[in-house]
Ligand binder design. Sequence first.
Ligand code: ADP
Length: 461
Amino acid sequence: RSSAVPVDSILTKLKHECATPLPVLRRVADAMAADMRAGLAVDGGSDLKMILSYVDSLPTGNEKGLFYALDLGGTNFRVLRVQLGGKEERVIDTEFEQVSIPQDLMFGTSEELFDFIASRLATFAQKEGGKFHLPPGRKKEIGFTFSFPVRQTSIDSGILIKWTKGFAVSGTAGRDVVACLNDAMERQGLDMRVSALVNDTVGTLAGARYWDDDVMVAVILGTGTNACYIERKDSIPKLQGHVSASGRTIINTEWGAFSNGLPLTVFDREMDAASINPGEQIFEKTISGMYLGEIVRRVLLKMAEDGALFGSSIPEKLSMPFVLRTPDLSAMQQDNSDDLQAVGSVLYDIAGVESNLNARKIVVEVCDTIAKRGGRLAGAGIVGILQKMEEDSKGLIFGKRTVVAMDGGLYERYPQYRRYLKDAVTELLGLEMSKNVVIEHSKDGSGIGAALLAAANSKYE
Ligand code: ADP
């Protein structure tokens, strides 16, 4: 096979189209701020849904007592209890358990699924002892993290719009998921109640805020991505005096749906067209862990087909969607050896190809190009959120210390991506202003965060 298009020219074009110089970052940050405003004005006003969380009371550190959290967001659910001791003692003790959801329940009825969850919660609650205790006459209160699309109607109710992530449970869509859980707990004879229904991003913000009053934004960069932040109610026109427009609340941006001003390539467009949700979640498809590996795979396949990157034959496995995963990109970028031994191993194990040093170098450059674009655009998105907040409250964001709490496997385990994200924030804000913005990893804050929100919204306070 002759190389009709030299690999170098494919790489040069890719780098050019993925480039995120300062003007591009600025355009993205400005568009993010503008889309946020449009989504706050009216429902459906923007790509960004800007969902009201109904979380108006944030954890202060004074919370006391025993609280539970239940986290359902994928094929596992987690239950957790925490004994809170107020400002001085803080978190006295926590315990948690993880339970995997049997495959057949993901295709069963709503009652079956919630009965299973309630029965496991009952088993966990029975093992309470030691440092955990509830004042007499109180029901145990739960913060329920439910990471599926919900139309929230109050802090403790929300209608499931649709199941995602492989769940096909019948009879839940259109119903209040808190009522579903409460009913199941009643059927199990379990005397607990849900005090707060929260999105995982909101849980992360609450969990980080408990330790640090300067936390204003939370961002998740894992398989998917989302961000939330603390907003002034008088900056939310769509509230329309619905609630007294004073004080603050958390807004769940659902920023994965953002799409304005992004530098995209033919590889992005083809991946999107082949996806289960074409035209949707474009920001998520450009910056999150589910997709970075797949974009790189598509580039490498093109280089193999048109430029003979791996010699005269095209490795068959490289044609399989999603064989190359984002953790593979990260692993290849950590290879500092002269002969790029680890890169060679990943390529051999994943795609079944023998590669020479030159091919390995190109593969690393492709990984870097896609991770760099993703990290820098995520950074621009964060600056967009901060910028919007600063416009409405001059000096209260950039004029003082402001913390952005980060979580998710991509942020946590891809050092180059993390570096690019932080560099973009610094470039956009300038050295002086960026000193006030602290981007901080908040590991697994969302579980405790949900329990803290149950405490902050307790029926007994
Ligand atoms: P969730 O699936 O709920 O988002 P995590 O926050 O743990 O869970 O994120 C897992 C995702 O993080 C994976 O799907 C993957 O895309 C990404 N990831 C995990 N490990 C790595 C790694 N070593 N390097 C880069 N990305 C990683």
